[in-house]
Design a protein around this ligand. Sequence first.
Ligand code: DD3
Length: 328
Amino acid sequence: MADVSAKRQRDPEATNESSNQTKKAKTDCETARGDNGNGTNALSGFQTTIVLSDSAREKTIFVHGKLADQNAVVILEKTPIREDALAEIFTASTLKLEMRNDIYSTYRLQAPPHLNEIKATVVCPATEKHVNKYQRRESFLVEETAEDYQSITLPYIQKQSFSVQWVYNILDKKAESERIMFEDPDPKLGFVLLPDFKWDQKQLDDLYLIAITHQKNIKSLRDLTSEHIPLLQNIFQKAREAILKRYSLPASKLRVYLHYQPSYYHLHVHFTKLGYDAPGCGVERAHLLADVIQNLQADPNYYKTRTLYFPLRADDGLLSQFKEAGRL
Ligand code: DD3
């Protein structure tokens, strides 16, 4: 951790993911990617610095460390037990009795390795922002008027120039092209629909897809006006159709929404399964796409003029900007 903040002091651009330094570092991490096929693996050289957060309930752990001399964040998550694996779990596992009492007994069950996977997500090289993001922090609700957006938020996000290179890689088929589930290539109304990182696609319970617009100049909800209604309706309709076709999930089982603030400033829409308590689906951050469309129909400048509320983490640079402006 200490070296991350030290790096920042020396190099104010250290959080800019598209900096040359980061580009060079990427190749070092690249060699650490994938299975080496000789018993070692991409993560065998990972040196843990600190556990950023963990959750027994969510069965996750977020770890900061070094991978090939670069800062890295590794996220480990136990995957849900699938119904279609049950037969094999019951027949092919070994059981160790822990205790027996009356009609109750508990065991430690060791499932066959292929049914006992842990999903691992690696961010390397990780910026200070990535490291901060996964640290448990208090958050604060911010009230952002239209003027606050112009004088505080917009200058902040422009100055940060958050890299959305990974989004462009998806749109340009330079990454994840085989994961694309549906695409409407229209430059104005089009989008790409694909599984979010958070979803391993093994079970529908935690279905999480994102629709990323081909238009590159829409940063967030705040940029939307009535002129974007056709785009939003197109995404709403075609993505739900594609999800029905592919996963047999009807619109009545889907939560379709935008985040404000988003985690990246390129317009995208979240599709999660109703009943899955997806991170960021709470009222303080999620705006239902159906509501967004209706609000724009009622008032073309709804999102340009309304006061919007959202939570910011204690370590978020934008929060400091709101504090400095005396808005918190
Ligand atoms: C991200 C928000 C961003 C760490 C992590 C995720 N879905 C992504 C790159 C490719 C993707 C995503 C930033 C980054 Cl774990 C830092 O998300 C992604 N590809 N959410 C997909 N399909």
